[in-house]
Write a protein that binds this ligand. Structure first.
Ligand SMILES: Nc1ncnc2c1ncn2[C@@H]1O[C@H](COP(=O)(O)OP(=O)(O)OC[C@H]2O[C@@H]([n+]3cccc(C(=O)O)c3)[C@H](O)[C@@H]2O)[C@@H](O)[C@H]1O
Ligand SMILES: Nc1ncnc2c1ncn2[C@@H]1O[C@H](COP(=O)(O)OP(=O)(O)OP(=O)(O)O)[C@@H](O)[C@H]1O
Ligand SMILES: NC(=O)CC[C@H](N)C(=O)O
Length: 760
């Protein structure tokens, strides 16, 4: 037997419940793996159904269709002479499992159920599946007739086992299992398993990628071995974006890495590995002793040699693949890529006539628009680049022509041309809007090629307030004109809400006005950022109520860093003007002494909000815990770090060796100015104020439009951050009493020390 073998992993843009589309992409990946001489191919988790089927995993149809698709894959002539590891759900003795089906030449070798399910954050696998708890044990699985008649098998092994080929041994680990402290690959490795396959449904979050990549390199640095990682890619019908980045790692060194973001529906990554390198690396006697004392795994015999491909180039001709430097994008690049690709998947799957956004001249709707422009840039690039895979190019051209309603010989000559066909922006001014914001909105729309309209909504605002006055004989006034807070708010909120109604009217009719063949309507984009959502600094049912929100999971600080990056990378100098403008809602009259400003209105800064958000969600702290924590950091007298590391200044790609925390650290420490030297009472006030607004506004989180999940401190109420929306008052709470007592104790001891010092 040879020592070199070519192995393949892949990222597939699967779509939940798209059985035939998913099957076609699986077969295509197997075809490309074989063409590269691979003898083992692993695909993403639950790839036959798509990872995000949620409660459909409870339906019998889904299991039936999964077997039907598997049968078609196993029968396909393309799928012979290669060992395939395919992900799908399986019911065994009336229990549902998240499984891998490993087959070779029309025979199922093993069905391997996931042992440690993902059940935190966005994941709820325990709702659909039961973890397999019988370690190193297999049972008989009675095969479905649809597949049994193809394989000629009635019973196949189901459980936790290692597959022995004629030249090596491999075993499967599934996604979350890698993230656990007692991961299966540790025991499989000590049992002589040399290749680990990991099929994943792992979603993107800003700054998450290095965690995942480091886990894999560290796993094989310790256990030694070859790690074949496959991950789903794209929007599969939900708020998540799966970020591919399939890779092959040998003893802690990456030898092949797929892209994290891209327009390829199928991306196959292959490498030729020397299996002897694993054996040599496992020389340590200390490991030997641990290996000897491992309980044994059942072995499944597979009559195949991975070092002897029947088709494609020989591994001897390719030679072992050299280590490559792991690539990771900087946070602004992540923002330029991930939401843009999520939007493209969403749009081509809905098939609507494009997007509409109310563009205010502020940062948030500007950033959302630049993300749409980034989408147009990526599509344009894929169409014109020589590096695009021919199948991807054909798919992108077909999608682009269809969405832009163009003929068969049309190709976009610029990103702006795509934007002009698909993207619609609208400034809806009121008497409180400034000429600056109106001008900025217009210039941005022009530079990114969007179809822009500009109007005033005052006549509608006046009509509604007059109606109110006619019925009640009461004329509401702004605060600056002597009105009460209630009047002031009502007059602001009516402007905001009218904009939402206007947005939907425009979105419905603009395609008709522009004489788009078959009309259609536009998807309305929302642009409330993660911090505003956390604080509830938005009007319920205004423009924050849209169809989807690409920036719903991005903090204000990250958005600003993205805009700074895009100004240069996308050659949009107008963005500098957005960065230097003071964020303002422009809902109140501007006077000589008063201009509305977000941070003053909110009673806290965006930088502080990022800290509150992170401590609340990621560190899981309540009011008391947050107060205690901030006593140390915000109570410190002298700043101990320079707030100058704007993420926009990061290099375009981060090399593995250089990926220090600076490249991936949290925004509040990377580029935000935070308080220092505060007294306990000031910290108490800030913490309680934050919880006050979070709690009284939590009801708004229940109706926010679906936003792409991008941030680990997202307050998203439907899937990620499950909380009540009716809270008792924070001011009268036990937490507040405990904090107050502590503040008083600290103040008294400071006072006592002062008096002691004076009398001494
Ligand atoms: N516990 C609860 N459960 C369910 N619903 C609840 C509720 N409490 C109030 N509500 C409802 O929510 C309403 C209060 O929420 P809402 O109408 O949003 O009103 P509200 O939060 O009072 O005002 C909106 C805030 O957003 C600010 N803002 C800033 C920047 C931009 C914009 C903008 O719009 O562009 C707005 C504005 O200055 C103001 O502070 C109540 O009238 C009531 O109908
Ligand atoms: N004059 C306007 N014209 C069009 N849309 C507007 C206007 N003012 C506000 N909007 C819409 O309402 C949303 C919420 O308004 P708000 O003033 O809270 O802005 P924001 O959330 O800070 O966003 P931005 O930074 O885009 O102004 C905006 O993102 C925008 O989509
Ligand atoms: N599907 C999974 O098991 C994914 C879970 C894993 N913790 C992740 O975020 O990537």
């Amino acid at each position: 037997m040879g020592r070199l073998m070519t192995l393949a992993t892949c990222s597939l843009n699967q779509w939940a419940m798209d059985f035939t589309g998913n099957k076609t992409r699986i077969i295509e990946s197997i075809k490309r793996a074989k063409a590269a001489g691979a003898t083992l191919r692993v695909g993403p988790e639950l790839e036959i159904t798509g990872y995000g089927c949620l409660d459909h995993f409870l339906e019998g149809d889904l299991f039936l269709h999964s077997w039907e698709m598997l049968g078609q894959i196993m029968e396909d002539p393309v799928c012979q002479d290669i060992v395939c590891d395919v992900g799908m759900p399986v019911r065994h003795r009336n229990v549902r499992y998240n499984c891998r089906v490993i087959f070779y030449n029309k025979k199922i070798l093993l069905i391997r159920p996931k042992q440690f399910l993902a059940n935190d954050g966005n994941y709820r696998e325990m709702r659909y599946f039961t973890p397999w708890s019988k370690e190193r044990y297999t049972e008989d699985y009675y095969l479905e007739e649809t597949v049994g008649k193809i394989t000629g098998q009635r019973i196949v092994p189901f459980g936790d086992a290692i597959i022995s080929t004629r030249d090596t041994a491999f075993a499967a680990e599934t996604c979350e299992e890698l993230f656990t402290s007692n991961a299966p690959h540790i025991h499989q490795g000590l049992n002589g398993c040399e290749i680990f396959t990991n099929s994943s449904g792992s979603h993107f979050e800003i700054r998450k990628i290095m965690t995942r990549l480091t886990l894999m390199t560290e796993a094989t640095r310790l256990s030694k071995g070859i790690y074949l990682y496959a991950n789903q890619k794209g929007c599969d019908g939900d708020r998540l974006y799966y970020d591919g980045c399939s890779m092959i790692i040998v003893n802690g060194k990456c030898v092949a890495q797929g892209s994290q973001f891209g327009l390829d529906d199928v991306e196959v990554v292959t490498a030729t590995v020397d299996i002897e390198e694993v054996r040599s690396a496992r020389f340590a006697p200390s490991r030997g002793l641990q290996a000897q004392n491992q309980p044994a795994y059942p072995r499944i015999e597979a009559d195949v040699a991975l070092s002897e491909p029947k088709t494609g180039p020989s591994p001897l001709d390719r030679g072992p693949s050299e280590p490559v430097t792991i690539r990771a994008h900087s946070p602004p690049e992540e923002i330029a890529l991930c939401p843009a690709l999520w939007l493209w998947d969403y749009l081509r799957r809905v098939g609507s006539a494009g997007f509409f956004i109310p563009l205010s001249g502020g940062i948030d709707s500007c950033a959302t628009s630049v993300i749409v422009f980034s989408m147009c840039r990526l599509v344009h690039q894929a169409i014109h680049s020589d590096k695009t895979h021919p199948a991807t190019k054909a798919q992108v051209i077909a999608d682009c022509r269809k969405l832009c309603a163009k003929g068969d010989d049309w190709l976009p000559s610029s990103p702006q041309e795509i934007s002009g066909a698909l993207f619609h922006t609208c400034f809806m001014g009121s008497i409180n809007s400034s000429a600056d914001t109106r001008r900025r909105a217009k210039l941005l729309a022009k530079d990114i090629g969007a179809y822009h309209t500009d109007m005033n909504i005052d006549t509608i605002v006046d009509a509604l307030t007059k109606l109110f006055t006619t019925v009640t004989s009461f004329t509401p006034r702004f605060k600056v004109h002597g009105g009460t807070p209630a009047e002031n708010l009502a007059l602001q909120n009516i402007q905001a809400r009218i904009r939402m109604v206007v947005a939907y009217l425009w979105a419905q009719l603009l395609p008709t006005v522009r004489q788009r063949p078959n009309g259609g309507s536009l998807l309305v984009l929302g642009s409330a950022n993660v911090d505003e959502q956390l604080r509830g600094y938005l009007t319920k049912y205004d423009c924050s109520s849209a169809d989807i929100n690409p920036i719903g999971g991005i903090s204000k600080t990250d958005l600003k860093a993205f805009i700074a990056y895009a100004a240069k990378a996308f050659d949009l100098p107008i963005l500098e003007e957005f960065l230097s403008a003071t964020p303002t809602a422009e809902l109140e009259p501007i006077t000589e002494t008063y201009v509305q400003s977000d941070e003053a209105d909110m009673g806290m800064t965006y930088a502080e909000l990022s800290v509150f958000g992170r401590l609340r969600k990621v560190h899981k702290l309540g009011p008391w815990g947050m107060y205690e924590r901030l006593l140390y950091s915000w109570g410190k007298p002298v700043p101990d770090e320079k707030p100058d590391a704007a993420a926009g200044a990061q290099p375009s790609t981060t090399e593995q060796q250089q990926s220090t925390p600076a490249a991936h650290e949290s925004p509040e420490t990377a580029h935000a100015i935070l308080p220092r030297g505060l007294s306990p009472r000031e910290i108490r006030d800030k913490v309680l104020r934050f919880f006050h607004f979070f709690q009284i506004n939590r009801h708004k989180a229940t109706i926010l439009p679906p936003g792409l999940h991008l941030e680990e401190y997202s307050p998203e109420d439907n899937r990620f951050d499950l909380r009540p929306f009716l809270y008792p008052s924070i001011w009268a709470s036990w937490s507040a009493k405990k904090i107050d007592a502590h503040v008083e104790r600290l103040e008294k001891s400071t006072e006592d020390k002062k008096i002691g010092g004076e009398t001494a």
